[in-house]
Design a protein around this ligand. Structure first.
Ligand code: SAM
Length: 305
């Protein structure tokens, strides 16, 4: 490796290695580096720094404010799980809302569900949408679905115009709780989500790593238990390029017909015939159920909240 480490600093030589830390204030003392072949895009939007590079082992990589959002090689593990965990847990989702998710990967996954009639997405940063369409066509292909309506704006403000009970499912595909996504982890936002869901509607929320963010997760769980009166669960998946290699999701339902997230009511594999979109790479019904099995330390932290 060309990188050198001194006492309190990580030094990555930019031409050879790109070094990132996700949620840097909460993760001291560790880093994971990817070798950069070529920087393809760099720009500052009104909200954040946007960068795309070609890595030597994970394909193209999308980075926001120095934090990896997705790589071509492992995005399947995130997009498929954050989407099919909620949508395979209810029988006929018709209206789905995505908050964040500007890369389009969650849209691509929602589009596999034939019962869905309307997909709204509210992404704050148009540059993320444009850059994803240009550099990640296999991810941004989600925008080609005619059921999709893109709203550029803040996810918190978006709910002011949403009538109560509108959506069957909401997917919060946000970046970390630093910068523009901070409010997406706070109680008033969860309250808006709960109100916008129909009785027995479901939400899936990006919820960080059990290895790195115990306190953030405990707070999210405590808030969700107060607000989502159906069920509240934590599931997780492996994403090698996210810090610690894992990331979790809150899966919650509102009061109404009960939702048992651990046992999917339908199998998306059987429906996986969309010609325009690549076949599923990661999700299946067994991994759906397994995603809710937690290591003992995480189970204790989450159950005690
Ligand atoms: N899969 C990713 C991960 O966990 O790293 C998240 C991907 S997605 C690119 C996150 C998106 O949320 C970004 O495009 C960001 O612009 C968007 N975002 C952040 N704050 C937002 C807000 N307040 N309202 C709507 N979108 C927001």
């Amino acid at each position: 490796s060309s990188s050198t480490v001194t006492d309190n600093t990580y030094i990555a030589l930019p031409a050879l290695t790109f070094h990132f830390l996700r949620s840097s204030p909460s993760i001291g003392g560790e880093a994971h580096s990817l070798k950069v072949e070529n920087i393809l895009f760099q720009g500052n939007s009104d909200f954040q720094n946007v960068m795309v590079f070609q890595s030597s082992t994970y394909g193209k990589v999308l980075v926001l404010d120095g934090v990896i959002q997705l790589t071509e090689r492992d995005e399947c593990a995130y997009q498929e799980m954050i989407t099919h965990l909620p949508l395979c847990s209810i029988s006929n989702p018709k209206k789905v809302l995505v908050i964040g998710g500007g890369d389009g990967g969650v849209l691509r996954e929602v589009s596999r569900h034939s019962s869905v009639e309307k997909i709204d997405i509210c992404e704050i940063d148009k540059m993320v949408v444009d850059v994803s369409k240009q550099f990640f066509p296999d991810v941004a292909v989600g925008y080609d679905d005619p059921r999709v309506t893109l709203h550029i704006g803040d996810g918190v403000a978006f709910f002011k115009a949403v009538s109560p009970g509108t959506y069957d499912a909401i997917i919060v595909d946000s970046s970390d709780p630093i910068g523009p996504a901070q409010e997406l982890f706070e109680k008033p936002f969860f309250e808006s989500v709960a109100k916008a869901l129909r009785p027995g509607g479901v939400v899936s929320i990006q919820a960080e790593s059990i290895w790195l963010h115990k306190h953030i997760i405990e707070d999210i769980v405590a808030n969700c238990r107060q607000i989502f009166k159906g069920s509240v669960n934590y599931a997780w998946t492996t994403v090698p390029t996210y810090p610690s290699g894992v990331i979790g999701f809150m899966l919650c339902s509102t009061e109404g017909p009960p939702v048992d997230f651990k046992h999917p009511v339908k199998s998306i594999e059987a429906n996986d015939t969309l010609k325009s979109v690549r076949p599923l790479k990661f999700y299946n019904s067994e991994i759906h159920t397994a995603a809710f099995c937690l290591p003992s330390f995480a189970k204790r932290a989450i159950e005690n909240k």
